[in-house]
Design a protein around this ligand. Structure first.
Ligand code: HEC
Length: 164
């Protein structure tokens, strides 16, 4: 079940990268954004996520993300608003968007975002990183957090690590 899903993801991402193999870090700033994933590619990516995210409800995740939209964009190259653009946030250092002016608390967090850290952050940003300027009360419901994290993984260019 998991294996074919991973192949489908690899194939999807391979297709998406087609013709861009000569990308350098500098060039990637100006190259066109990756094509949006099809519904089928999103389903394959969801199935390839580690538990519990592979069991998430992406539609509920999209609804929960409505609470973030007033402050965050998630598209590749999208603008920073009150909060930073979240494309590519998984695996990126906290406070790592080059053009956003973070609080000291986030800049000095000293970790890269993963599902678990995001789960703590979204449960209560103010206690997870004291001094943050993200004024958001938090998402008390664990299922809503799971779903919005899976939604973000699927929508922000996350690629699952290769199988051991
Ligand atoms: C009222 C505006 C606001 C809302 C609503 C909001 N955020 Fe934020 N968010 C911010 C701000 C401001 C920061 C920067 C925090 C800092 O520098 O202390 C931030 C930072 C973040 C970061 C860290 C990004 C990085 O590059 O390190 C993540 C992840 C994040 N928000 C996710 C979310 C999610 C998911 C939601 C919805 C469930 C949400 N935020 C709702 C304003 C908001």
């Amino acid at each position: 079940m998991i294996r074919p899903a991973l192949f489908a993801v690899a194939a999807a991402l391979g297709l998406a990268a087609c013709g861009q193999t000569d990308r350098t870090p500098e060039a990637s700033q100006n190259s066109p954004p990756r094509p949006a994933l099809t519904a089928e590619q999103k389903a394959a990516l969801l199935a390839a996520l580690p538990a519990p995210y592979n069991a998430a409800d992406l539609e509920n995740g999209r609804r929960v993300f409505a609470r973030c939209r007033s402050c965050h964009t998630i598209t590749e190259g999208g603008p920073n608003m009150t909060g930073p653009n979240l494309y590519g946030v998984f695996g990126r250092q906290a406070g790592g968007h080059p053009d956003y002016n973070y609080s000291v608390a986030v800049k000095q967090a000293g970790f890269a975002w993963d599902g678990e850290r995001l789960d703590h952050w979204l449960e209560n940003p103010r206690t997870f990183l004291k001094g943050t300027k993200m004024s958001f009360a938090g998402i008390p419901d664990a299922t809503d957090r799971r779903d919005v994290i899976a939604f973000l993984k699927v929508e922000t260019g996350y690629t699952p690590p290769p199988q051991p």
